[in-house]
Design a protein around this ligand. Structure first.
Ligand SMILES: Nc1ncnc2c1ncn2[C@@H]1O[C@H](COP(=O)(O)OP(=O)(O)OP(=O)(O)O)[C@@H](O)[C@H]1O
Ligand SMILES: O=C([O-])CC(=O)C(=O)O
Ligand SMILES: [Ca+2]
Ligand SMILES: [Mn+2]
Length: 659
């Protein structure tokens, strides 16, 4: 024992100086000779392991089959647990080998949980035994955010806790989606149902190739010590809820989907049963370039018949979110429900607004509104009963995020939130949202209830306003215009926005992008199918369409500037309140858009873009240039009929620019 210490004594730094010149540590003896750390009763543990075992209580939904004493589970619980494990084992089974994997729940780091033998219905101990069937695959099933943080920080490089408690992660080489690597199995059913060919996002692959990739992903996942399994839901509409299972290799992926999909209650999880759709996300493990159809090391493959998706060679988590969205774009229209790439919110009086727009146009920013209830920021369904969010979370762009401009999103970045590819101070862990060192596409994924006025359950009545957002870098579209139904359809099918220089290599001047239904990368049927449904619903509900330019004013990108977010918010406020409907309007040349002469809180001169350009000739040229691009783009749709109404089709074709 050290001189200054005492086996069960306290010690403190004394003032006296010991022989060697260091401060002398003095000990104080308690009166009765026995010295306790505190006045409470002693801990009921003899060893450190016993002490640790006191720390954690078992919670029902994440309990492994049975604890070692067989104590906690009732018989039916045990059966249910067994079924659950069998279902996961079936998900992970190889399609070519008779022996499936031996799955066991729990962290392999906790050795005590690895059983010596797990009776498994897939396990046939005959001649077909392979090494992979002899090992255990540990399943980390629906872990909590806290558990996933620990997994990420312990095992995944680039995982850190930021100053506000978010989990900062890196998505690896890919920091955005890879639409050119997304494939869909073409078979008898999808042959006729889906949109194939020019303009379609559905790059075909055959069933056999899908199975090759599936086996590759499953084998990779089973080769790991542990895999993450999430069982969750899509769609808040209780009648059209889809059960999804996500099998992934990273805690980052599991936490991302925990946030983005709807989280089941413990009861819902107990009765989850067999999923309607399963994702196998092999993340960094690439596809094989020798495999037919593979054109890179990345492949995202959807098989609607098998209700499965395989991801190889990308760790960008958005592939899972948007892959499932594609699936919803197939499943929902079959039930006469329209799926939408839109944000959605609701006023105090129950007035619902949809915000359509391509990536970066403001869906998340503008649907997150302190004065309104948030139904969702990105993916919705519109059925006979109204609107429902498909997701359980939001996915906000973080580049240049500021507390002042977007307080609700700022405050949502806390414990539980996944922060992708951001840069932070190595010591304080303060995030620098202006830093693009990793990517411009930095993102935050958080559960929707992190927004204080989220509407839970995330459903609402039929929309009153349908707002089409375009970030026009040419600076010629008005900040706001009121649309006729035909114009709404024209702009919905066109799906215009502009890329600006700097965002993508080789883009020197604003580049128009047209993406049908504001989400061509995710639609599965021909755009006119969705357009017809939207027209029918808007007509029936008497919804008003609006076009809002969240892009440039006073000149194109380079000479003008982006419309100030507070002005766009004022415009949106006026749409919601109904005051904009009452405004006076005039019609613009070329695009024939109805623009208001006044909007409260917005400088009048910016409402007609021509006023903001000093060079009127340049304005006219740019306007005609953009109109020409719209016309060219729409050519592919002129031979299609939209809905049953011939008159509407003609009106839509006539609702574009005229020059
Ligand atoms: N006038 C404006 N209106 C809307 N957003 C603006 C405006 N000016 C700047 N911005 C910025 O533009 C970005 C809009 O991104 P947002 O996350 O809302 O896109 P999104 O439509 O939800 O895209 P995605 O589908 O990729 O999630 C935000 O960073 C926002 O701060
Ligand atoms: O999917 C993503 O990466 C982000 C998103 O919401 C979109 O691009 O529309
Ligand atoms: Ca968004
Ligand atoms: Mn989106």
């Amino acid at each position: 024992m050290a001189e200054n210490g005492n086996a069960n004594g306290e010690f403190s730094f004394g003032t006296g100086t010991a022989r060697n010149g260091l401060a002398k540590i003095q000990t104080h003896k308690k009166q009765n000779g026995i010295c306790h750390d505190d006045s409470g009763p002693p801990v009921k543990a003899q060893t450190i392991d016993e002490l640790h075992s006191l720390q954690k209580k078992r919670s029902a939904p994440t309990t492994p089959i049975k604890d070692s004493q067989g104590a906690f589970a009732t018989v039916s619980d045990e059966d249910r647990q067994k079924q659950q494990l069998q279902s996961i084992s079936a998900s992970l089974a190889s399609l070519t080998r008779e022996t499936g994997p031996k799955v066991v729940k729990g962290d392999p780091a906790r050795k005590a949980e690895t059983p010596k033998h797990v009776p498994d219905h897939h396990f046939t101990p005959a001649f077909n035994v392979s090494d992979s069937s002899l090992k255990f695959t540990h399943i980390l099933y629906n872990l909590s955010p806290a558990e996933l943080y620990e997994q990420a920080i312990k095992h995944e490089q680039g995982s850190f806790i930021t100053a506000t408690g978010a989990l900062a992660t890196l998505s690896g080489a890919k920091t955005g989606r890879a639409p050119r690597d997304k494939r869909v199995v073409r078979d008898e059913t999808t042959e006729n149902d889906l949109w194939w060919g020019k303009g379609s996002p559905n790059i075909e692959m055959d069933e056999h190739t899908f199975l090759v990739n599936r086996e590759r992903a499953v084998d990779y996942l089973n080769s790991l010590d542990k895999v993450f399994v999430n069982d969750q839901f899509l769609n808040w509409d209780p009648q059209n809820k889809i059960r999804v299972r996500i099998v992934s290799a990273r805690a980052y992926h599991s936490l991302f989907m925990h946030n983005m999909c709807i989280r089941p209650t413990p009861e819902e999880l107990e009765n989850f049963g067999t999923p309607d759709f399963t994702i196998y996300n092999a993340g960094q493990f690439p596809c094989n370039r020798y495999t037919h159809y593979m054109t890179s090391s990345t492949s995202i493959d959807i098989n609607l018949g098998r209700r499965e998706m395989v991801i190889l060679g990308t760790q960008y988590a958005g592939e899972m979110k948007k892959g499932l969205f594609s699936v919803m774009h197939y499943l929902m229209p079959k039930r006469q429900i329209l799926s939408l790439h839109s944000g959605c919110n609701m006023g105090k009086d129950g007035d619902v607004a949809l915000f359509f727009g391509l990536s970066g146009t403001g869906k998340t920013t503008l649907s997150t509104d302190h004065n309104r209830y948030l139904i969702g920021d990105d993916e919705h369904c519109w059925s006979e009963n109204g609107v429902s969010n498909i997701e359980g979370g939001c996915y906000a762009k973080c580049i240049d995020l500021s507390r002042e401009k977007e307080p609700d999103i700022w405050n949502a970045i806390k414990f539980g939130t996944v922060l992708e590819n951001v840069v932070f101070d190595e010591h304080t862990r303060e995030v620098d949202y202006s830093d693009k060192s990793v990517t411009e596409n930095t993102r935050a994924s958080y559960p929707i209830e992190y927004i204080p006025n989220a509407k839970i359950p995330c459903v609402g009545p039929h929309p009153k306003n349908v707002i089409l957002l375009a970030c026009d870098a040419f600076g010629v579209l008005p900040p706001v215009s009121k649309l006729s139904l035909a114009q709404t359809m024209y702009h919905f099918i066109s799906g215009y926005t502009a890329l600006v220089a700097g965002t993508e290599e080789g883009v020197k001047e604003p580049q128009a992008t047209f993406s049908a239904c504001f989400g061509a990368a995710f639609i599965m049927l021909h755009p006119t199918k969705y357009a017809a449904m939207l027209a029918e619903k808007m007509q029936k509900q008497g919804a008003t369409g609006w076009l809002v330019n969240t892009g440039w004013s006073g000149g194109r990108y380079g000479s003008g500037s982006r419309i100030k977010l507070p002005y766009t918010r004022k415009i949106i406020d006026a749409i919601h309140s109904g005051s904009l409907l009452e405004a006076n309007y005039k019609k613009t040349e070329v695009f024939g858009l109805e623009i208001p002469t006044e909007v409260e809180g917005v400088p009048t001169e910016i409402l007609d873009p021509v006023n903001t350009w000093s060079d009127k000739k340049a304005y006219q040229d740019t306007l005609l240039k953009l109109a020409g691009l719209f016309k060219n783009n729409f050519e592919t749709f002129t031979s299609y009929k939209i809905g049953k109404d011939n008159k509407l089709t003609e009106e839509i074709l006539a609702a574009g620019p005229n020059f």
